[in-house]
Design a protein around this ligand. Sequence first.
Ligand code: C2E
Ligand code: MG
Ligand code: MG
Length: 570
Amino acid sequence: MSDLIQRRFMSMFDTAVEGLWIMTPDRQVAFFNHTFYQQFPFNPEGASLSDWTDLIHPDDRHLFKDNVDKQLNFSDGDKKVLSQYRVRKKDGSYCWIEALGAMKRDDQGEYMVGNHRDITSQKKLESSIRRLAFSDKVSGLPNRDQLKIDLQTRKSDVTLLHIHLKRIQSYINQFGELVIQEVIDRTIQCLDIFQPFNSKFYRSSTETFTVVLYSPIPEQQLAELCQKFIHMFSKHADQNGALYIDGVCIGAYPCKDLLQDPDEVINWAAQTSEYAYRNEESQWTICNDEIQKKVKRYFYIERKLKSAIKNDEISVRFQPIINAKTRELVSFEALARWDKSKIGEIYPDEFIPVAERKGLISDLGKKVLTQASGFIAYYNKIRNSDIKVNVNVSVLQLLDGTFPDQALEIVRGEGATTNSVVLELTESVLLEDKCQAMNQLRQLQSFGFQLAMDDFGSGHSSVTGFFKLPFQQLKIDRELVNDSMKEAEPYAYLEFLTMLCSIRGIGVTIEGIETEEMMERFIQMDVSSFQGYLIAKPLTLESAMEYRGYGISHNDNVCSIEQLVIPNIA
Ligand code: C2E
Ligand code: MG
Ligand code: MG
C-alpha cells in the first residue's frame, strides 16, 4: 500500500463512531479515531495503557486489569475478550464502554487489537427495564422478584416479615389504585421501626409488604416490633377514617438455613401470616417450631378437607346425654372427627370453620346426618328402644333453602324417623335474617325434627330472641356453666333461665359436666339433662351401643356387643 493510500485509509477511522486501538506487549497503546477519544481527559497520542486505566472507575478497575492480563496470556488469535466498564469523561461524568480485544501475531511479534464502544444509552435502558421489572410502580419499593434475588444471594440468617393488608385489592377494584396511595405511604412510614435492624422493604404483591431483617433479633424483641407496627398502623387508620383496608396481620419467619429456597422462605412467612389472621387474636405470629407444626396442620386441613369429606375420612363419635334425675341415657350428640388423616385425629374446631369458609359444610353436614341416622336405626333395632341423636347444623346449612327437604330424605333413607333427630343450632342463627331463619326452622319442625339451641351464653345471647324461635331444647355453654360454679350472678341468671324454659316446656341441658360437684349443683337447679366428660367422652359406635347411663352397668343389656353386627356407618 502506498503512503498516500495508507494515510487516507487511516483518516477513515476519524469518522468512525467507535474507538480502535492497538497495544504492544510493553503496554504502549495507539488510539485511533480522535473524534471518539477526544471526549476523555487524556492525550491519545503516545499514551500508555496506564493512562487509559487511570480514567476507569475505581470500582471497575480491578476487573479491567484482570481481563487485560488474561488476554495477554492468550496465544490463540481467535479468542476475543469482551469487557464493560465505566470511563471518566472530560466533564467528570462517566460513560459505559464496551471493549472487545484479541491477540494477534505477525513476523514482528505479538500485539493486541480491539475496539471501544460507548454503550451508555444501552446501559441506561437496561437499568430502567430492570427498575420496571424489579420494582413496584405504586410504592417505588423493590418487588417480589427482587426479594427472591436478594434471598438467593443472602450471606447470613434473615428474618422475613410478611405484612398483609387485608382486602386492599377489593378497594382497588372499587376505587382505583390512586385511592390506596395514602395507605401505601403510611405503611412505609410505619415500616421505619424496622430500620435499625439492617432491613430492606419490598412490596411483594398488591396486598403485601415484606421486610427482610439482616441483623439477628431475639424473638421477644421481634414480638414487640410486630405489636408496635400493628399499633402504629391502627392508630393511623383511626386518625384518618377510611384507610381502605380491613386490617393488617403479620407472619414473621426467622430463617436459619442459608440453603433454604427463597420461594420456600417467602411461603413460610406468608403461611404464618395467614395462620395469624385465621387463628390468633393478636394479628401477628412468629413462626417458631411449635407454630410451624400448627401452620403445617392448618394448611393440611385447607388442602385435604374436600377430598377427606368425599372419601369418607370423616367419622362420627357419640357423646351421651343423660337424664338429670334418673341418670339414664336420653340421647347422644353426634360429633364429627377426621380420624383417618395423615396427621392424626383432627377435631371439629379445626376443620368446621374451614368447611364453612370453603363452602364444604353442606356436604360434610350430610355425611354426619347420614351416619347419625344410620346409627339411630341400628340402635333402635338392636336395643328395641327409642334413642335420640343430636346433630350439629351450621347456620350456613340452615340458610340453604334445600336443607329441610334434604335432611328429611337422608333420615328416611337411613330408616330413622325425624322425631329421633335433634338439630343443634348455635346463637349465630339469632343474628341472621329472622324471616328466612324462622321459615326454615318452622319447616324442619313441621317435618318432625326437634330443635336445640347449642352453646347458649357463649356469644350474643338474647333470651327474648331465643324464645321467639321454635326450639325445644336449650344447651348451656361450658364457659357459662363454669362461671356459674364460681360466681353467684351467672348461677342466678341460669336459675332464672331454667325457670323460664320450664314454664315454656323447653328442656335445659348443661354442657361440660366434669365433676360430681357440678352435677350436684345443677340437679338442685332442676335442669333436664347433662352432658360432659364426667358422664362419658365422645364414644365410638361400638362403645355407644354398650352405654346405658351414668353409673348404670351395661350388664343389663338385652344382648352383648359381641352378638351385634356393627354396620359400616362410622
Ligand atoms: P358442641 O356442639 O358444643 O359439642 C360439644 C363439644 O364439647 C365437643 O367438642 C365435646 O367433645 C366437648 N365436650 C363435651 N363434654 C366436655 C367436657 O366435659 N369438657 C370439655 N372441655 N369439653 C367437652 P368437639 O367434638 O371438639 O366439637 C366442638 C364443636 O364442633 C362442637 O361443639 C360443634 O359446635 C362443632 N361440631 C362438631 N361436630 C360437628 C358437625 O358435624 N357439624 C357442625 N356444623 N359442627 C360440629
Ligand atoms: Mg353441639
Ligand atoms: Mg355445645
